[in-house]
Design a protein around this ligand. Structure first.
Ligand SMILES: [Zn+2]
Length: 271
């Protein structure tokens, strides 16, 4: 008998519901529908009908569904109350998401920030499997952050995903959080496009659509302007990651000591 769970990802355009084998981390069945961003009743109808369909699949597998898990953009409290999604889902302000889902499905429901949930998945089943401490950055419209220690979230909600707002340099513009030089404002897709705008991309290339894909494509084709934008992005991301290593890695001192040892023991170069 398998141990199953339903994982739900509410994306910008699509909502995905997956029936997951918890032991293997395998998705047995996936349902995809357009994301309902305006109407709470329609949203719940889509989610609840998806859960019902996945319950039928679980019955065929003769295995119980233990719980439902949500990844939500924005701020979520420990009890599954969504504080805000920054306007992404218009109705999801002070919204008791877990309570609504539990009521209908009679399954325990846990909701968390989407970047943190990605980190948990990577730590348990993905590239971080077997590692004690796993930090995951999600680069998209914004910059999300999730930190997992020994297979569990170490930092608590609701602000734990906001680590993208560390300052990595001086800028003459403000991030939407009110500070200057935020990593998120420099390396997210929105940040890269804003940076190109500030550097006059639209005036230079009026016929080229402005998005990260076109910038990275132009960079690969040798466009100097795009190369500069991508180099700035890489530099800021590297600075951010260097800072995160200092904050989150437990064995930094050991790592540095080993590196120093390697450098000291390296054969001396003679000219
Ligand atoms: Zn910020």
């Amino acid at each position: 008998m398998k141990k199953l769970a339903i994982g739900i990802d509410i994306g910008g355009t699509r909502t995905k519901l997956g029936l997951v084998d918890l032991k293997k981390g395998e998705v047995l069945e996936m349902l995809i529908s357009p994301t309902e961003t305006k109407d709470s009743a329609k949203f719940l109808e889509i989610i609840n009908s998806g859960i019902d369909q996945l319950k039928v699949v679980a019955q065929k597998e003769q295995s119980p569904i233990l719980e439902v898990g949500f990844g939500v953009t924005g701020f979520v409290f420990d009890d599954g109350m969504v504080d805000s999604t920054y306007g992404f889902l218009e109705f999801m302000e002070d919204y008791p998401l877990s309570e609504f889902i539990q009521e209908y499905s009679s399954l325990p429901c846990r909701a968390d920030n989407d970047a943190r949930v990605v980190a948990l998945g990577e730590a348990l089943y993905g590239i971080g499997k077997g590692q004690n401490r796993v930090l995951v950055l999600t680069l998209g419209t914004g910059l999300g952050l999730g930190f997992i220690a020994n297979g569990k979230f170490e930092t608590s909600l609701p602000y734990a995903h906001m680590g993208g707002h560390i300052s990595v340099g001086y800028t003459d513009f403000k991030c939407y959080c009110g500070k200057e030089g935020c990593l998120e404002a420099l390396v997210s897709a929105t940040g890269i496009v804003d940076s190109a705008k500030r550097q006059g991309w639209e005036q230079k290339y009026p016929n080229l659509e402005l998005n990260v894909q076109t910038i990275f494509k132009a960079e690969q084709e040798g466009n100097e302007h795009a190369k500069q934008i991508v180099a700035e992005f890489q530099g800021c991301l590297k600075t951010g990651i260097d800072n995160y290593i200092n904050l989150f890695a437990m064995n930094k001192n050991l790592y540095v000591r080993n590196m120093m040892q390697k450098i000291l023991n390296a054969p001396k170069q003679t000219k």
